[in-house]
Design a protein around this ligand. Structure first.
Ligand code: NAP
Length: 244
């Protein structure tokens, strides 16, 4: 039986495509979601119909108790994790002067605290196994900033700093830690922005189009593969030339 990969926030969007890609590459996939149970089940069904192995696991990854239960269930029912993809994320935009503390906390907790919690939980068995891959989904907002996204940009920049730090902490034990920074990708997160924002983003993108979730998933698949064995602490930008 193949080794397990956990993808957080895999019920839709980029996480869904990452789950499908990892399954196509031969990993068994734990499909985490917060509230979209039916959509997570549909991802599992799609993987199984192609001959793969997957399970759906509900957990709010910003919640320490929920993350403890999630990793306990993985250890008891599935076995050791070889790959962790920290993908779950939300936006709650607003100019800083108008941003409520709840907006700040929700975005930081869902996008950054979750990465701390899941990475810590995944590392113990990876350290024992002396191997593992951790892939964190950041954003070009974390590299360049973005007006109206102070909370989100801070969380995504935090992911990059965390990635570089943990990569140095665990590299001697055969574990790689990398991040992927997408630009504008066609998902429900960007659909919510409306045509004006999307059209402006397309005009600033060298390839003159939005990216597709599959185009982020293929890079994650590579980082999880044997071919990426000497890459760690890096942030790979997948933005069609938006930040050039
Ligand atoms: P999306 O379509 O809105 O999907 C978000 C996913 O995260 C869903 O599966 C959702 O689960 C899950 N999620 C949200 N909060 C969660 C929580 N507390 N615990 C567990 N799961 C949770 O978003 P997306 O566009 O695919 O984005 C995926 C990642 O890529 C995010 O980290 C995002 O910041 C990053 N990103 C996206 C873009 C873009 O242009 N789309 C660009 C750069 C970076 P439910 O369905 O159960 O709510």
């Amino acid at each position: 039986m193949s080794d397990w990969a956990l993808v957080t926030g895999a019920s839709r969007g980029i996480g869904r495509e990452i789950a499908l890609k990892l399954a196509a590459d031969g990993w068994s996939v734990a499909v985490n979601y917060a509230s979209s149970a039916a959509r997570a089940d549909a991802v599992v069904a799609e993987i199984e119909s192609s001959g793969g192995r997957a399970v759906a696991l509900q957990a709010d990854v910003s919640d320490p108790d929920a993350v403890s239960s999630l990793f306990a269930a993985i250890a008891d029912e599935l076995g050791p994790l070889s790959v962790l993809v920290n993908n779950a994320g939300i936006t709650d935009d607003g100019l800083l002067l108008r941003m409520r503390i709840e907006q700040w906390d929700n975005v930081l907790n869902t996008n950054l605290r979750s990465v701390f919690l899941c990475t810590k939980a995944a590392l113990r068995p990876m350290l024992r196994a002396r191997s593992g891959r951790i892939i964190n989904i950041s954003s070009v907002s974390g590299l360049s900033g973005n007006p109206g996204q102070g909370n989100y940009a801070a969380a995504k920049a935090g992911i990059i700093g965390l990635t570089k730090s943990v990569a140095q902490e665990v590299g001697s034990r055969g574990i790689t830690v990398n991040s992927v920074a997408p630009g504008f990708i066609r998902t429900e997160m960007t659909e919510a922005l409306g045509d004006t924002v999307t059209d402006a983003a397309v005009q600033q993108t060298a390839l003159r189009r939005l990216g597709m979730p599959e185009e982020v998933a293929s890079v994650v698949g590579y980082l999880a593969s044997d071919g990426a064995s000497y890459i760690t602490g890096q942030t790979i930008v997948v933005d069609g030339g938006l930040t050039l």
